[in-house]
Ligand binder design. Structure first.
Ligand SMILES: [Zn+2]
Length: 658
């Protein structure tokens, strides 16, 4: 998805790159929250933090005097290798501005912009003229020198022989067993002869990849090494050498060495696959992922593992262990979240004969005996018949269940089935009566995995608004002195824009009869785990997080704009989509999408209710920013969020009534 890069670059314009998103680990969200929730309900005291008086910074007031200030480029003289420059500055909102021979856009914040002013090679003088409504005029001239592109790293000729050190693979330590494939190689002077070897073994040829388009030597030297049977050796690096090809073009005139060497930073060890290597999860909620990816908000989560889970390690890459879940099925955990199990610890195996299903006041309970600490994954999904379902995958388990005891007190759970999906892989499927799941939680207690499936709230009957009596938890993204979020082009802070939006949203929801819980009050900065905890402790029905987006401005300040919504789990999609549709209809903002499988911690971890996130518009776009700072526009935008929520609830209410 094209938009993805802008989404993940979302906070990068902040002077402090969002400490919270990276600091908070999923493990801080413990299944014990369920216990806290029950305790909170019993005491009737959902904890609300003391309110801190906080008035968000007022929108930057236009200067009293008529001024013309440059923000980009900030200096009167600058250099670039691009063939254009984006001009951004500040003046009076009622002024007109010309940049070069064209009019610039001026916004209510006083910010003016003209993107992609073309540059000729060499010196470019660009005149910027602002004219106030009363005829006063100010002029600035910026000089931008366009230089030539830097020369490519390696020219395809017999130039000085070199291996690009940072390109040498493997860059991280790897542990491999028989049949694994190790990709190794480097980038260097094209058209030469490369070789590699492990430790003191013989040198092996390392072929050069030819460029697919030109069929010229690419300077990429690559090989895939397949680990043979019986390999068992401690970590050692891979050595590479690049020798001058005898008949390389330009060879006669070349000088310098005829061979260069390099060593991989990563050490490669071969593991005997017959040995059993077990690690024990030390941190509650350690993440088990499908694969290794450098994703800003975290990789593709498969599960959060309880402390004590035993995992079989079959490989290593950098700081991660490869885990065998079942034959042919792997996952990855961070080395920081586990310890080696004591020698002689047996590989756990799970088999249970009974499952118990019954109802309690707020939720149905599905209790599965969990007598061996095998890894498992709980995932909300949809059944082929369109009903909501929750799947529990156990690895290192076999199907022995013969006693599924379904009590009459269960209201939302329709059927529980057990299936041996593959060797060592058992799936318990909890199917609901309804199409809509309203939330779930799981906890391991007393050798049992207990899944609480939430019952739907009683929606007020028509003609009353279905919002009446519902509890909605709101998060104003970021907060505090060190967590501003993105920074707007005029200097506004995302935490303030979010605060103002959420206060307006709370007012409108309350006017419609809903009860509001703000998980972040004033300008405080609770951890993301604490925000989730507050929403759950209040037993909210819905969770809405409000942020503002930001994108890189290299190609222009007005290039990326629009409003977008986000959810993690499929059962939150329709709710999120309903708000997205109203935002588009009522704000006139560009469409930046309704985005699924989004890993922002609060909407991923908070499965006890429907959770979604609104990225109002772009702080990095002067037009979007001016709108978000306009109280009238804000009111309209939050109205759209309320109407979208109401649309979705009305649809659910109508379906339930049929
Ligand atoms: Zn944000």
């Amino acid at each position: 998805m094209v938009n993805r890069s802008a989404v993940s670059a979302r906070k990068s314009s902040s002077p402090r790159p969002l400490p919270l998103l990276s600091q908070i680990s999923p493990r801080q969200f413990a299944p014990g929250l369920l216990v806290a929730l029950v305790a909170g309900l019993l005491l009737g005291c959902a904890q609300t933090p003391p309110v801190t008086e906080y008035t968000p910074a007022a929108p930057p007031a236009p200067a009293a005097e008529f001024t013309l200030q440059l923000i980009n480029p900030r200096q009167e003289t600058s250099t670039t290798t691009r063939d254009f420059v984006n001009i951004l500055g500040r003046t009076s909102p009622d002024a007109t501005v010309r940049v070069g021979d064209q009019a610039a856009s001026v916004f209510a914040t006083g910010i003016f912009v003209r993107d992609q002013v073309p540059l000729q090679p060499g010196e470019n003088r660009i005149a910027i003229i602002a004219r106030a409504a009363d005829g006063r005029q100010l002029e600035r001239v910026v000089t931008v020198t366009r230089g030539v592109e830097p020369i490519a790293d390696f020219k395809p000729s017999g130039d000085a022989l070199a291996i690009k050190v940072e390109s040498v693979e493997p860059a991280h330590d790897v542990g491999l067993i028989r049949g694994d494939v190790l990709a190794l190689g480097f980038r260097g002077t094209p058209g030469q002869m490369a070789e590699y070897r492990l430790g003191h073994s013989d040198w092996q040829p390392l072929p050069e990849v030819r460029d697919l388009v030109s069929d010229q030597p690419s300077g990429q030297y690559r090989a895939n090494f397949v680990v043979p049977a019986g390999a068992d050796s401690p970590g050692q690096p891979i050595q590479f050498r690049l020798r001058r090809a005898e008949f390389a073009p330009g060879d006669s005139s070349a000088s310098g060495p005829t061979v260069v060497e390099a060593t991989s930073r990563g050490q490669v060890s071969f593991w005997d696959e017959a040995a059993l290597r077990l690690v024990r999860v030390t941190d509650e909620g350690a993440a088990l992922s499908f694969g290794l990816h450098e994703v800003r908000l975290g990789g593709p989560y498969r599960a959060e593992l309880p402390a004590g889970t035993l995992l079989r390690v079959v490989g290593q890459r950098g700081d991660n262990y490869r885990i065998q879940l079942a034959p042919g099925m792997d996952g990855w955990v961070s080395r920081r979240d586990v310890d080696w199990a004591a020698p002689g610890t047996p590989l756990p195996h799970l088999a249970f004969t009974s499952i118990s299903i019954y109802g309690e006041t707020a939720a149905d309970q599905v209790v599965i005996p969990y007598g061996a600490p095998v890894p498992f994954a709980v995932t909300p999904t949809t059944s082929p018949g369109g009903r909501a379902a929750i799947e529990v995958d156990f690895f290192g388990a076999h199907h022995a269940a013969t006693w599924l005891s379904h009590r009459h007190t269960a209201r939302v759970v329709r059927e529980v089935t057990v299936q041996q999906v593959a060797a060592d892989h058992v799936r318990v499927r909890v199917e609901l009566h309804s199409r809509q799941l309203w939330g779930y939680q799981w906890a391991v207690t007393n050798n049992a995995l207990r899944i609480s499936v939430r019952r739907p709230p009683l929606l007020a009957p028509p003609p009353a608004s279905p919002l009446q009596g519902l509890t909605i938890a709101l998060e104003a993204g970021h907060g505090g002195p060190n967590n501003w979020g993105a920074r707007g082009v005029s200097g506004s802070l995302e935490k303030d824009i979010n605060r103002m939006a959420v206060d307006e949203l709370a007012r409108q929801f309350e006017a419609a009869g809903a009860r509001i819980v703000q998980v972040r009050e004033g300008d405080t900065n609770p951890t993301l785990a604490e925000r989730v905890h507050r929403a759950i402790a209040a037993n909210a029905d819905l969770f809405i997080s409000v942020h503002a987006n930001s994108a890189g401005s290299e190609r222009g300040y007005l290039r990326v704009s629009g409003t977008s919504t986000y959810y993690k789990w499929p059962f939150c999609r329709d709710f999120s989509a309903a708000i997205h549709a109203r935002l588009l209809a009522h704000t006139g903002l560009d469409d930046f999408g309704n985005v699924g499988n989004f890993n922002y911690y609060p909407i991923r971890a908070n499965t006890w209710m429907l959770s979604m996130l609104v990225e109002q518009a772009f702080m990095s776009n002067p037009a979007d920013e001016a709108k978000m700072l306009d109280p009238g526009f804000r009111q309209q935008m939050m109205r759209a969020v309320v109407l979208g929520t109401q649309d979705w609830l009305e649809q659910i209410r109508a379906e339930a009534g049929r």
